[in-house]
Design a protein around this ligand. Structure first.
Ligand SMILES: [Fe+2]
Length: 254
């Protein structure tokens, strides 16, 4: 076969690639030697799809795909709508390579030390913001609730253990005592993997011995609350191992 080409068709339709999981048709309708996949005999079509699946995409290509898709999906802020939104954005990050490293990283107050957890920005996301984070070796980002925006975290370099928790009740930020949360995810975030944080979910990170770097693709869904973002002190051992229930309390920064 002659020279191959993969050109995105200018089609702005949606396809359901798995139950309830819709992506832009143009993400998948690359043409192969002038023919769309649908026109190719089965074996050739399979080869063409596999070839395209191996293609990496640049950060600019990711934005070109993700921005219009996010604008379309962000309108549904229900639990299922957020799930579709987060999984759709995460799917587009699967082959993302060559992510620019921001010139400037700022310290945050979510590490134990100011230098532990730094954040920069990769501009161009809309309606989401792409935060680029760095954890020093063995450093932590203390667990905190995302109460006004959801997040897709992806690993770029190194490894970080990510823990996600939820509460069965509405969070009460005036509670000075102990309350219960449930661990739903315990994941090693490595290059290319993704962790999803819908509204009102807690996440926290601990880097491995080589440190970790990744992105938080964060989307504001509500007005920012007046109180500062607390982090949580979480008991090391669960009160109920089967359900992953832990005692926790708020830690407000002065
Ligand atoms: Fe966060």
């Amino acid at each position: 076969m002659g020279q191959k080409s993969n050109i995105q068709l200018p089609i702005d339709e949606e396809i359901e690639v798995s139950p309830g999981f819709i992506v832009e048709r143009r993400s998948f309708m690359a043409v192969f030697g002038g023919m769309s996949f649908a026109m190719l005999p089965g074996v050739i079509a399979k080869a063409a799809i596999e070839e395209n699946a191996d293609k990496n995409i640049s950060f600019d290509q990711f934005l070109a795909e993700a921005n219009p898709l996010a604008k379309k999906l962000i309108t549904d802020t229900s639990i299922s709508g957020q799930d579709l939104y987060l999984r759709s954005i995460a799917a587009l990050t699967a082959k993302l390579q060559g992510i620019p490293i921001p010139e400037k990283f700022n310290n945050t107050d979510l590490g134990i030390n100011a230098e532990d957890y730094k954040i920069g920005v990769n501009p161009g996301g809309n309606p989401f913001t792409v935060l680029h984070w760095r954890l020093e070796p063995d450093a932590i980002c203390q667990p905190h609730v995302h109460e006004y925006g959801n997040v897709v975290s992806i690993g770029i370099e190194g490894a970080a253990r990510v823990s996600n928790y939820v509460s069965n009740d509405t969070f009460d930020y005036d509670n000075n005592g102990t309350f219960q949360i449930k661990k739903t995810v315990d994941q090693l975030l490595t290059a290319g993997s993704a962790n999803l944080v819908p509204l009102d979910m807690i996440h926290g990170f601990q880097a491995g011995p080589d440190g970790a770097r990744g992105l938080d693709i964060t989307t504001r869904l509500k007005a920012k609350p007046k109180h500062s973002t607390p982090y949580l002190s979480i008991a090391t051992a669960p009160t109920d191992p089967f359900t992953g229930t832990y005692d926790a309390s708020w830690v407000f920064k002065p």
